[in-house]
Ligand binder design. Structure first.
Ligand code: SAH
Ligand code: SF4
Ligand code: F3S
Length: 372
């Protein structure tokens, strides 16, 4: 019996697919080289933008033929897209050959759903879940080991679906994180450890007693061994001086810092509910550059947020020009059902979003070429 997992979205999903892989192997499945050979196919989905969801739907739909050839094939869909009730129901209705539809909170119980398929199609979405500390991972990212330090997000940026599909912030106990990292280091196979969370800077605020992210980094660096620590993603509003100081001081911490700015315009930043201004963002960048001269700075931007004018977009261009990042990702705003921004008047037309994203990417290319 063989399994195959198709993963969409961010590193969090990549890591959760490592958990799914471990569950599949525990059930006695081994990894198939391609989906045509598999007896169990899992789609771990993403909902961040419409394009991400469409890719999922297209690829699930394409399994119809395979399932016809092999009726015993089990098809499962899980993750952020199906955590939305409307999408989960739509999937069940549109794809009668899909056997299991679950969300983000019941992935740890995957074995249960596979076993239950004998009795019929499975659809279950939970609205909340604890972080499972007991499940093993089948690590699949070479010399890099992912370590989840928290899940969920409390920020509710007005464009973003993540808080709706991943729930509120929940930090793992520091002792469990340290133990996991000690084990990873002891294995000797991994050179890099990447800490994962939607907003790692607010790690530990919900623990009693609370632990700061800076403290966690410090304690991780105290673990003996030859490894580097990296983390994603930071939110500019929470990137405090003590975190910058630890990064500067500790040789074990990788100097790549991904700090999504989203926009260079204060009115748009406020509408996005990002809770910092352009000036505050630039201040943090300056602080990072002065304390960590070899920092490698990267960022994310969204163009065409509802009501964004041409001048406001040009503020994003000027921010990018001013900071001269080591790399940026630029996205066209994509309305996500249920978010505040999707209900705003004056959505920006697609052609304008396209032109703006092209302009931003052209600027980025010019900056990178100038650095060569
Ligand atoms: N938690 C991280 C990453 C979130 S998703 C953070 O806060 O930075 C990664 C990126 O996708 C975001 O930084 C944002 O630039 C982009 N993104 C999120 N929602 C989007 C939407 N509705 N439309 C377009 N881009 C979006
Ligand atoms: Fe989404 Fe904002 Fe949370 Fe990032 S911080 S996951 S962009 S709501
Ligand atoms: Fe996508 Fe979910 Fe990550 S929406 S970006 S897979 S948290």
């Amino acid at each position: 019996m063989k399994y195959y997992i198709v993963t969409y979205g961010c590193q969090m999903n990549v890591h959760e697919s490592e958990k799914l892989a471990a569950i599949c192997e525990k059930m006695g499945y081994c990894l198939a080289e391609k989906r045509e050979e598999a007896d169990l196919i899992v789609f771990n989905t993403c909902a961040i933008r419409e394009g991400a969801e469409d890719r999922v739907f297209g690829n699930v739909g394409a399994l119809k033929k395979l399932k016809k050839q092999r009726p015993s094939l089990i098809v499962a869909v899980c993750g952020c897209a199906t955590q939305k009730e409307s999408t989960a129901n739509w999937m069940m209705k549109t794809f009668p050959f899909v056997d299991i539809v679950i969300g983000t909170f019941n992935l740890a119980n995957f074995q249960h759903y596979v076993n239950a398929v004998k009795t019929g199609r499975q659809l279950e979405l939970l609205s909340e879940g604890e972080i499972d500390e007991t499940l093993p991972y089948k690590r699949t990212s070479g010399e890099n080991a992912w370590v989840n330090i928290m899940q969920g997000c409390n920020n509710f940026c007005t464009y973003c679906i993540v808080p709706y599909v991943r729930g509120r912030e929940k930090s793992r106990q520091e002792a469990n994180i340290l133990k996991e990292i000690e084990e990873i280091v002891a294995e000797g196979k991994y050179k890099k450890i990447t800490l994962l969370g939607q907003n790692v800077n607010s790690y530990g605020k919900d623990l009693t007693p609370s632990v700061s992210f800076a403290q966690l980094l410090q304690d991780i660096c105290a673990i003996e061994g030859d490894f580097v620590v990296s983390f994603m993603t930071s939110h500019p509003k929470d990137l405090t001086d003590d975190v910058i100081d630890v990064i500067a001081k500790q040789d074990k911490i990788c100097k790549d810092i991904h700090l999504p700015a989203q926009s260079g315009n204060n009115r748009i930043l406020q509408l996005m509910n990002r809770r910092y201004t352009r000036e505050k963002y630039l201040g943090i960048i300056e602080k990072i550059r002065s304390k960590i001269p070899n920092a490698r700075l990267t960022s994310d931007f969204i163009v065409g947020f509802p009501t964004e004018t041409e001048d406001e977009f040009l503020d994003t261009m000027s921010l990018v020009e001013q900071v001269r990042f080591d790399g940026i990702f630029a996205f066209m705003y994509s309305p996500r059902e249920g978010t505040v921004a999707s209900k705003m008047q004056d959505q920006v037309p697609q052609e304008i979003k396209q032109r703006r994203v092209n302009m931003l990417l052209a600027l980025e290319k010019k900056i990178q070429e100038g650095k060569k």
